[in-house]
Design a protein. Structure first.
Lengths: 797, 203
């Protein structure tokens, strides 16, 4: 079959640096060795003597009244220590939520979606807990389900939540609409008259799952003071704490949270899962309780990416300039609000994409339905919009007879462009340049099955080892896309972080200790924090303390914000620590050298030096027995809420841009797609750790590929039940599905941000999906207005 | 029931094992070896890959009772397993067809506790070539897929010391990773293969 090509040599491989470097170096992860030896303690690895196992009984129906719950037989199971239902909750606070407190800790009177928690069990073996839960008898009386905009807003539609009292309840047009955000600027109807061509389309985006590999899990240990210690995998410890403590009836200082090893997140750990349940069982039984979801339960245990329907109309003049945009984006938020309001804000404010369009009429809204709750996932509202506007760009270019990349470049936003919200883009926006770069890259060879001779490999063809084609019926397509993502929490949110930094001398060496509550979920924030401390404090040895709630909030590991915001906080605290160290130095040695008073002083390689490089003192001598220890909050510049009627406002902090070129080969007879290459160009502002930057871009790209060709949670439209909650039926890309991902990194500094950096984690997830769709359209000539694309969409069968 | 088997070269005995328990559960919850990961528990993700008498298997799909009298290697024992293999076949890739470790050989070695002096670079640790390469190439992000990938990749390199990219993709296709997009994992395996090749040339 295949002739062996020689294995790559180390010169082909980008390697990290073993030096203890500062920013800009590909310093290796501080947790790397623990992770390759199996010793890194993830939340599901926690163990405690005398520990019990918790299990959650979940609803088997989507919308029903609960007539009764009978736990008697389950309680009698040997090994069972406790079973709790709504009636056992300890305080008046029985709901929680990220933005609205609309989510019951345990179902009260009714369930609103398939898989809603109804009861929790603690037992001495996980299987005992599972079997006991199966013996709980819940009498459900089915209620009609609402599953889409038509059923949710029909006259007499059942209300998913009655008596809403949240802050959006007053302005939404229907109680089954969580939040609605219009954006009106210029006059789209008038501008449409100038258009030589108008294209419109209705686009559908499927429900994607974060599918992080480490399932929801944690260990709650009851404390002697009546409090609880919780070890858990999350994205934001302090947000969890704020939601957990009131439900337990405890002050926040009695709920002590420590971050355990996190097996990926991608937005799926922004909402609570097992946290409150484990604490309740631990406090009830007086014993440590561990809860670990299996994969099936994990599909019910976290929110998903909002599926969306998007109606778009664009116009353009015959010389290729966009005239206007009208769009309407309907996101399905499912049964509970989660992050839906913020997702609506992103979808509306970024609905135009990275293009100049002065006249817009935009509306985005999220529904309450009886479908699974949807909330945060990498790309957060901007992903769905990008899928639609990029399809529109290709349609417009085709109608005008223009090259799709040239058409995009003609309309590309740049520094100074006004967004539809009226906000000016005040840092580099190299949209045209990113497109130019992906287009300029040489294309991979065509029809390797004909040209490669003996090296031709069936594994590189659609269908792969299934050996379904040797090239017959296979056609090539190439597609392009570009996107814009906001960085950080928007719309006036107080998006701060906190860092504590201590500097002291240990064993004659100056060392720094960095303590934040930042959730390291795999992105490499811990690596970057150590690099920042080395750069700012001139030390080699930096210890990163475990993240916990003994230090102030770091905000969420989401919105591409942690390197910017907690990285910024670490930098800021280090700068203040450095000033204190220099004050100590001045007091001790200032009289010996005038430069102490007059020169700009830096800390480098364990020494105080002038900006001219003259050494004034060893840090070891400056600090001796003293230590400097500071904990400070840090904020990026403030943002504003969007006007509820016009959508105007300086809502965003920063933007992130990436462009993709996808090359696909499609077996048109079987409808099988092989993505051959997915090239990326992204502006990262400043790569603090280049190796980690590549990892983020390639990982984000692959999640975009997944929702282009395979990933979708299928919800039965009649029953609102999830049909495929497993990795057997919900497919994510394997290494065989994932192509080569060459990356071109630009570093155009944003002068508002620490070191000029740009948040990078999400942008590559946006444009990856529409680029793959564009390539499949190019190969097949089909319109393909929904993602993911399935074989039957290509074969028409 | 009681199950007797060898884990990372050490004879082990697990008592009070319920018949429905998987090898993965026994390793993680009864042996204190949580390195093998529980990402799907249905044989789809490869995160719990261990070697059972030398063959990579999903530990979640192996009933505990099936391992009676057999030999298991987990990620915790991988470094010593690789070292033992190198000692047993110095400089001898797999060209002679004598690669791999017999059960008899496997039972004569014991994994040492791997305690690093430097968790960032692994210096001072006895890591296997594939473990070193995963660190150096940036193949580890959240790390949850890493143990299974390491066991799988190490076994592939044992069989096939100079794999093509297509070989690597095929061998690792049963191991899901959600963070990296696999590019750095490919790099890591290429790197381990190349370093291994260089070592053999030197011998």
């Amino acid at each position: 079959m295949a002739k062996r090509t020689p294995a790559g040599t180390p010169t082909d491989v980008t390697q990290g640096s073993r030096t203890k470097g500062g920013i800009g170096e590909s310093t290796l992860r501080p947790d790397g060795t623990l992770k390759v030896t199996g010793e890194f303690a993830y939340s599901s690895d926690m163990w405690h003597e005398d520990m019990l196992w918790g299990h959650t009984l979940r609803s088997t129906v989507a919308h029903a009244e609960i007539r009764s719950i009978d736990t008697a037989e389950a309680l009698a199971t040997p090994g069972v220590h406790a079973i709790l239902t709504y009636d056992d909750l300890p305080t008046e606070v029985k709901r929680y939520g990220l933005e609205f407190q609309d989510t019951p800790v345990l179902a009260h009177g009714k369930v609103r979606h398939h898989g809603e928690p109804v009861a929790i069990v603690a037992a001495d073996h996980p299987e005992t807990a599972r079997r006991a839960a199966a013996k709980i008898r819940v009498d459900y009386a089915d209620l009609p389900v609402v599953t889409d905009e038509a059923s949710a807003t029909a006259e007499g539609a059942p209300l998913v939540h009655e008596n809403r009292d949240d802050h959006h309840a007053g302005h939404v047009p229907h109680p089954n609409i969580v939040h609605r955000q219009p954006i009106v600027r210029g006059d789209a109807a008038e501008a449409a008259k100038r258009a030589d061509v108008i294209v419109s389309g209705e686009y559908v985006f499927g429900m994607q799952d974060q599918a992080f590999l480490g399932p929801e899990s944690g260990l709650a240990v009851p404390g002697e003071d009546g409090g609880v210690d919780l070890y858990v995998a999350t994205q934001w410890l302090h947000s969890d704490l704020r939601q957990i403590a009131p439900v337990l009836g405890l002050p926040e200082d009695k709920v002590r949270m420590t971050l355990s090893g996190v097996g990926g997140a991608f937005g799926g750990r922004e909402d609570l899962s097992m946290q409150i349940h484990a604490c309740l069982l631990a406090l009830r039984t007086g014993k440590p309780v561990k809860i670990v979801y299996n994969r099936f339960e994990s599909f019910f245990g976290h929110v998903h990416r909002h599926p969306a329907k998007l109606w778009y109309e664009h116009g353009a003049t015959k010389d290729g300039k966009l005239t206007h945009l009208k769009c309407r984006i309907v996101l399905d938020g499912g049964a509970y609000a989660s992050a839906s309001p913020a997702v609506v804000g992103n979808a509306s404010s970024l609905s135009v994409g990275p293009y100049v369009v002065e006249d817009v009429d935009i509306e985005a809204l999220a529904l309450y339905t009886n479908n699974p709750p949807c909330g945060a996932m990498r790309g957060f509202g901007a992903v769905q919009a990008c899928f639609a506007y990029e399809a529109q760009m290709d349609k417009l270019a085709a109608k005008l007879g223009l090259d799709p990349v040239e058409f995009r470049r003609l309309n590309a936003m740049e520094q100074g462009t006004l967004l539809p919200t009226g906000q000016r883009v005040d840092s580099p926006a190299p949209v045209a340049e990113l497109l130019r770069r992906v287009k300029a890259r040489p294309l991979p060879p065509e029809q390797q099955w004909l040209t490669a001779g003996e090296a031709a490999d069936v594994r590189a063809l659609p269908g792969g080892l299934s050996n379904t084609t040797h090239g017959e019926g296979v056609v090539r397509g190439v597609g392009y896309a570009v996107g814009i993502k906001n960085v950080g929490f928007s719309e006036g949110f107080d998006d701060y972080s906190t860092a504590r930094v201590r500097m002291e001398v240990v064993g004659g060496e100056p060392v720094a200790t960095v303590h934040t509550a930042m959730a390291e979920v795999g992105q490499g924030g811990v690596t970057v924090h150590a690099q920042i401390a080395r750069t700012e404090l001139g030390v080699a040895q930096v210890t990163i303390q475990p993240a916990d709630t003994r230090v102030g909030s770091a905000g969420s590991t989401s919105a591409s914000r942690q390197t910017y915001v907690t990285g910024g906080a670490v930098k800021n605290t280090c700068e203040h620590v450095r000033e204190r160290v220099l004050e100590i130095g001045r007091a001790k040695f200032g009289t010996y050298h005038p430069a102490w008073a007059t020169a700009e002083l830096l800390l480098e390689s364990g020494k105080v030096v002038t900006d001219g490089g003259e050494v004034l003192a060893d840090l070891a001598d400056v600090l001796e027995g003293e230590s400097v220890d500071l904990e400070l909050e840090w904020r990026h510049r403030p943002t504003q809420a969007f006007d509820l009627r016009t959508g105007q406002g300086n809502g965003h902090v920063q933007y992130s841009f990436a462009a993709h070129r996808a090359v696909v080969e499609v077996d048109t007879e079987l409808g099988l797609v092989k993505v051959i290459e997915l090239a990326v160009a992204q502006d990262v502002g400043k790569a603090l750790n280049p190796l980690s930057v590549l990892g983020q871009i390639q990982g984000g790209t692959t999640q975009g590929l997944g929702v282009a060709v395979m990933e979708e949670i299928i919800v039965d439209p009649k029953t609102a039940k999830v049909r495929n909650p497993s990795f057997t039926d919900y497919l994510i890309p394997t290494i065989l599905d994932t192509p080569t991902i060459p990356v071109d990194v630009l570093e155009l500094a944003d002068e508002n941000a620490p070191y000029g950096l740009r948040g990078i984690g999400e942008a590559p997830t946006l444009s990856s999906t529409p680029a793959v769709l564009a390539a499949i359209r190019d190969a097949t000539g089909l319109e393909l207005n929904r993602t993911p694309v399935r074989p039957e969409h290509l074969t028409g069968t | 029931m009681r199950v007797n088997f060898t884990v990372n070269g050490r004879p082990q005995e697990a008592d009070d094992v319920w018949e429905g328990e998987s090898l993965l559960y026994v390793l993680r919850e009864r042996m204190g070896l949580p390195g093998s990961k529980n990402a799907c528990e249905q044989g789809e993700c490869g995160s719990c890959t261990v070697r059972l008498d030398g063959v990579p298997v999903c530990a979640c799909l192996v009933a505990a009772g099936q391992v009676e009298g057999r030999d298991v290697v987990t990620v915790e024992g991988l470094a010593d397993y690789a070292k033992h293999r190198a000692d047993a076949h110095p400089g001898d890739g797999c060209a002679s067809g004598t690669c791999g470790t017999t059960i008899q050989q496997a039972q004569r070695w014991q994994a040492k506790s791997v305690k690093g002096t430097d968790s960032q670079t692994g210096e001072g640790d006895q890591l296997s070539a594939i473990q070193e390469a995963f660190i150096d190439a940036g193949a580890v992000q959240c790390g949850f897929c890493t143990p299974g990938l390491l066991v799988t990749a190490d076994e592939m390199l044992e069989r096939n010391p100079s794999p093509s990219d297509a070989d690597i993709r095929e061998a690792l296709s049963g191991n899901l990773c959600r963070c990296t997009g696999y590019e750095k994992i490919l790099d890591a395996v290429r790197l381990a293969a190349a370093r291994q090749g260089r070592q053999e040339e030197a011998v």
